[in-house]
Design a binder for this molecule. Structure first.
Ligand SMILES: O=P(O)(O)O[C@@H]1C[C@H](O)[C@@H](CO)O1
Ligand code: HPA
Length: 272
């Protein structure tokens, strides 16, 4: 992340706080097909188009709107590496949320189930991740604001996802899965051989996002909780070809259960 870029994003965040009067403590990034989760909250909506420092999302199922109120800021729409965005742009939503005042972050995504105990419609608490993207958002000079490093040059990643968040999620919904998310670049889905390799590496679900956001959020000192909605059997494990419109459709269908879970987690993390 370049110092100038983060300064611009923080500046944009300060402008939003000034106009709306809000400095929420909790941020959330919504995955493919999950944009309706934002509708549970009474919020002011700011289209990404009104935040010129942000790039434009190009993927179906990612709206491109910031929802904000005094408690929560929700990025409905994220930036994926496969869209051609730079690593800085991929994590610009996290920088925006941090600039708005968020100290905690919930990341959500749609993912393919690698673990043979997982089925479409399952929700997996992200317990850990494998970065298979080929880049790390912290590569490059360690950014500074007013001469001070934004975070550690070599940040610890031994506990990216909050165990307290995972425990609370299990308490709220007794039927959750838990596992390791592996991020690949996409946009092609994986081959069955890749899925077998990822399984041997210890991955339970595969997707094309989230990991850079979680790394950057931890670097910034935020607490992170993660949820994957399993939208399909990973390549070779089901009988059908994979299509993004089905990923979005399953996301929409499972949104009510996700909404209930997320609402409980939001209430808890705002009070905790
Ligand atoms: O933004 P997420 O990770 O939820 O989106 C997933 C990964 C790809 O962008 C897309 C593939 O269908 O959905
Ligand atoms: O099977 C998948 N692979 C990668 N990304 C995904 N996002 C949803 N499903 C998948």
């Amino acid at each position: 992340m370049k110092s100038e870029f983060i300064a611009d994003v923080y500046h944009a965040a300060a402008e939003i706080s000034k106009t709306t009067g809000y400095r929420p403590k909790l941020g959330m990034i919504l995955g493919s097909g999950l944009s309706s989760l934002a509708e549970s909250y009474e919020c002011t909506k700011v289209p990404y188009g009104d935040i010129p420092v942000l790039p434009k999302p190009t993927v179906e199922g990612h709206r491109g709107e910031l929802y904000i109120n005094e408690d929560i800021a929700i990025c409905s729409g994220r930036f994926h590496y496969y869209e051609g965005h730079s690593p800085d742009n991929v994590v610009s939503t996290v920088a925006l949320l941090k600039g708005l005042g968020c100290e905690r972050l919930i990341v959500t995504n749609a993912a393919g189930g690698i673990n043979t105990g997982f089925s479409p419609g399952d929700i997996m608490i992200i317990e850990d991740h494998i970065n298979h993207l080929g880049f790390n958002p912290l590569m490059g000079p360690n950014p500074q604001i007013d001469g001070t490093d934004l975070g550690a040059r070599f940040p610890d990643m031994s506990r990216v996802y909050s165990p307290a968040f995972a425990a609370k999620a299990q308490e709220l919904d007794g039927d959750l899965k838990q596992g390791v998310y592996i991020a690949v670049t996409g946009p092609s889905y994986e081959t069955p051989a890749e899925i077998r390799a990822f399984s041997a590496m210890g991955a339970d679900a595969v997707g094309m996002s989230t990991v850079p956001e979680a790394i950057f959020a931890r670097y910034l000192g935020m607490e992170v909780g993660g949820l994957s909605l399993i939208t399909n059997f990973a390549a070779g494990l089901g009988h059908e070809e994979l299509h993004h419109d089905e990923v979005v459709e399953i996301g929409r269908k499972a949104a009510d259960r996700m909404k209930k879970l997320v609402a409980g987690l939001v209430d808890w993390w705002l009070k905790e």
